[in-house]
Design a protein around this ligand. Structure first.
Ligand SMILES: [Zn+2]
Ligand SMILES: [Zn+2]
Length: 350
């Protein structure tokens, strides 16, 4: 049993997003049916709609920072009721049985997880899943997040991807009071990273290419900035970071940044879903026991944790709310270089 809901999606890699109609399943026993209020625009949405990572199934309805109101729940749902404000992040299904799933790390599910959009649809409603640029979405309660009171709904949406993408590795590396870390790149991810790392007690440097973004980063609460296009600044910078969180959404040369890590420092790749082609010297890693690691979003328990953490610490994303007719212009702006705020779509305009 299915129903139709309006959506905005791309029909091909080369055409702008436009209104389309999609099918959703009627709520099954453990499902929550959600009326979408807001959906953040993530750089991943742009990459996928434009098939920049290959493998996009069309029509493509992006959106994995989904915030809305539960309008109906299945008879076996225990955690939510109609009227609750809820969120959906990047995941809508996983095997539930492997070690990763049992540890609440569904993003590392050993048999592969189901993305909110552009994944094969395990329910068979359509060939592939469709995201939050839509009127309604239906998701198993295991993947539904509770939005704490006190979070502004539009500003909370980006926590569901941008927020958890930074929070998970910050926690994994035990960043806290006394930590000196750097956030590389000051787009939607970087801006959330500054707020979260500051709230955890760290001393935070933002590394960015432009003076304009450097000024924005200071305004957002960064303790220091380093302008990477300024060779003098880069050459004289201290080797002082215990971790650098790279939010750069493309392949990039890591070598200049590896130089800034202290002994046992860690370079964390968060945004570049591309082959890395850094000609770094083995001695750079060996000489200071440096590691290069990756981290992918976060599991459901930790996503709930970051939502609660943000509510407790008064953290919200800086957002610019647009109507559905503003999606394509926002895409062009993001593709030209992530702004230090998040575009969020007001889905009541659909
Ligand atoms: Zn995302
Ligand atoms: Zn699993």
């Amino acid at each position: 049993m299915t129903f139709t809901t309006p959506a905005w999606g791309a029909r091909t890699a080369d055409t702008p997003l436009e209104p389309i109609t999609i099918q959703r399943r009627e709520a099954l026993a453990t499902d929550v049916r959600i009326k979408v209020e807001y959906c953040g625009i993530c750089h991943s949405d742009v990459h996928t709609a434009r098939d920049e990572w290959d493998g996009t199934a069309y029509p493509c309805v992006p959106g994995h920072e989904v915030l809305g109101i539960a309008v109906a729940v299945g008879p076996e749902v225990t955690k939510f009721k109609a009227g609750d404000r809820v969120g959906i992040g990047c995941l809508v299904s996983s095997c539930g049985a492997c070690d990763a799933c049992e540890a609440g790390l569904e993003q590392y599910c050993e048999t592969g997880w189901t993305g909110t959009y552009n994944s094969s649809d395990p329910y068979g409603t359509d060939s592939h899943t469709h995201g939050g640029y839509s009127g309604e979405i239906v998701v198993d309660e295991r993947f539904v997040l509770r939005i704490p009171d006190g979070l502004d709904p539009a500003a909370a949406a980006p926590i569901l991807c941008a927020g958890i993408t930074l929070y998970s590795p910050l926690k994994h590396l035990a960043v806290g009071p006394g930590s000196k870390i750097a956030i590389l790149g000051f787009g939607g991810l970087g801006a959330m990273g500054v707020k979260l790392a500051k709230a955890l007690g760290a001393e935070v440097t933002v590394i960015t290419r432009t003076e304009v973004k450097a000024a924005d980063a200071l305004k957002a609460g960064a303790d220091h900035v380093l302008v990477s296009s300024d060779a003098a600044q880069m050459n004289t910078a201290e080797r002082g970071f215990e971790a650098i969180f790279s939010t750069i959404p493309r392949t990039h040369d890591m070598a200049p940044y590896l130089q800034l890590l202290k002994n046992d420092g860690c370079y964390v790749i968060l945004g570049a879903v591309e082959p890395m082609q850094t000609p770094f010297h083995g001695a750079t890693l060996m000489g200071r026991r440096i590691s290069i690691v990756g981290s992918l979003i976060g599991g459901i328990p930790e996503t709930q944790e970051v939502l609660d953490f943000c509510a407790e610490h008064g953290i919200a994303s800086d957002v610019q709310v647009v109507g559905v007719d503003g999606i394509n212009a926002a895409y062009d702006h993001i593709a030209a270089g992530d702004p230090g705020f998040r575009y969020v779509i007001d889905m009541s305009t659909i």
